[in-house]
Ligand binder design. Sequence first.
Ligand code: G16
Ligand code: MG
Length: 218
Amino acid sequence: MRGFIFDLDGVIVDTAKYHYLAWKHLADELGITFTEEDNERFKGVSRKRCLEILLEMGGMEVSGEQFNRWLHEKNEDYLSHISKMDASEILPDVPRVLDYLRDRNIPMALGSASKNARPILEKVGLLSYFNTIVDGNEVVKAKPDPQVFLLAAERLGVSPNQCVVFEDALAGIEAANKAGMQSIGIGDPDILTEADAVFRDFTEIDVDYLRGLLAGSQ
Ligand code: G16
Ligand code: MG
């Protein structure tokens, strides 16, 4: 039996743009230059680690209390963006692929670094597709550590070498590879160089390819 694990941000929904807006807002406030290119480094990375990187970029060192205030501020800003989300923000052809797998009773998990994964899935109406959600509230070791995906496989009752992971971040592809899983990149092939296969988005993944993944021949 094969199991499928989906990352959230950048794979199921494009929340990366909201993370970017919230980090940019904080960076502007702190006088730190933060571009969309810098945001690439934040993909799949925990909130805490992102702030550490941002402060390193600005050459700033702060107390734990101030650090937590900024973490909170960034998240509040991010939540104000995601509170307006609905099903129209699901990335193209994601429901087609989820339906295909659900119709065949394939075990599916969400494996995300985000602490907001569950409310986002609820908002866009996809929560019920997943047999288990493994998110940033449970995982201690962030991607590229394989913990998030290994826990997802364990909960699905599928051995890691039978799992397929869809990921948009380099750190996530590394995590899937370390877990001994098949890694499929969603995004730019020039960035996701370590993935077993890369597609720009799910519109490029046809039924034949899905059939091949299920049969283990892709
Ligand atoms: C996501 C994003 C990251 C974000 C992280 C934590 O991971 O890609 O940019 O920093 O979650 O999110 P939050 O602040 O909501 O806890 P993933 O693994 O879903 O791509
Ligand atoms: Mg992601």
